[in-house]
Design a protein around this ligand. Sequence first.
Ligand code: G3I
Length: 335
Amino acid sequence: MGVAINRSQINQANKEEIDLITSQFNALTAENDMKWMYLHPKQDEFNFEQADKLVELAAENDMFVVGHTLVWHSQLAPWVFKTAEGDTIDDAELTNRLKNHISTIVGKYKGKIEGWDVVNEALAEDGSYRKSAFFKIGGEGFIENAFRFAHEADPEAELYYNDYNLINADKRDGAIRIVKNLKSKGIKIDGVGVQAHWSLNEPSIEEIETAIEMYAATGVKVMFTELDITVLPSPWEKSTADISTRFENSPTMNPYPESLPDSVQTQLANRYADIFELFNKHSDKISRVTFWGLHDGLSWKNNFPIRGRTDYTLLFDRNMKPKKAYLAVIQTVED
Ligand code: G3I
């Protein structure tokens, strides 16, 4: 069971917060601090200060560390695709830069970071490749290279493909294509990371179950890497009936600015219980579940898709007290 944490939590070293992290979870992901823009801001400059602190905290508490993430089109550094003259680099240079980036970082944390989100979000919603600069310059070869370089730098580390909406059939099939392609070329991939930024209604338990079975059938581990459940309206949600009820008194899209009504607390707890019952049923296929944040006050969902909302996505409230959802999850494990 993992949690994503950020630099302010580590740097403030609030005892209550650190105790909660280390007592409730046994895996850590950096919510931001291991992304390209932070670790490798300039071509000849790496900055490991914050990442080192997270790795240290994990080592002191015997926690598994997930490296998030080596190759992603977002939170990148501006130099990555440009030559000194300002032209766009070619495929050979992209390969050089990926090799340097990945070998340096994975090599530095060899034996300490035990699993890497090697490539993040390389798929479009229809399951084709996302037309990122990585893809435009390197084709699908950038994914193969990234996994190869990561494996060379730490042969023991687990290597994952990580993405959102991986329960949706088209994107799920795209991820399965990536796994099969890598395996057919003899390139190591150990797991698919399903991010799991979900809502009270979607995706359905049946859809999640189908995806777990299909990923596991390709011979990789399945992990839920960024779990949170929004209770607020989402522009992308298909089933709108329930949303309009929750929306009734809230033209600001902030229906519960002060606290979450008990009825919605219960809905959230039931949703988490359903999800964890399914996870328990497939515990032979699922190697990790990581929550995307420690408590509601820290959830990125407070700022997405609209800045400044008050969301209630996680197991602990803003005072770090366990919610009904926490008790529901614990109950599924005890059952
Ligand atoms: O570092 C700056 C800081 O200097 C500045 O004062 C502050 C003002 O807004 O912004 C800070 O940067 C923020 C950064 O997080 C670090 O805190 C960015 O604005 C903010 O957009 C960024 O959001 C992160 C987001 O990735 C960026 O895409 C979220 O915290 C993080 O939860 C989110 O995580 C991603 C996963 O990595 C991949 N999967 C989706 C997931 C949710 O988007």
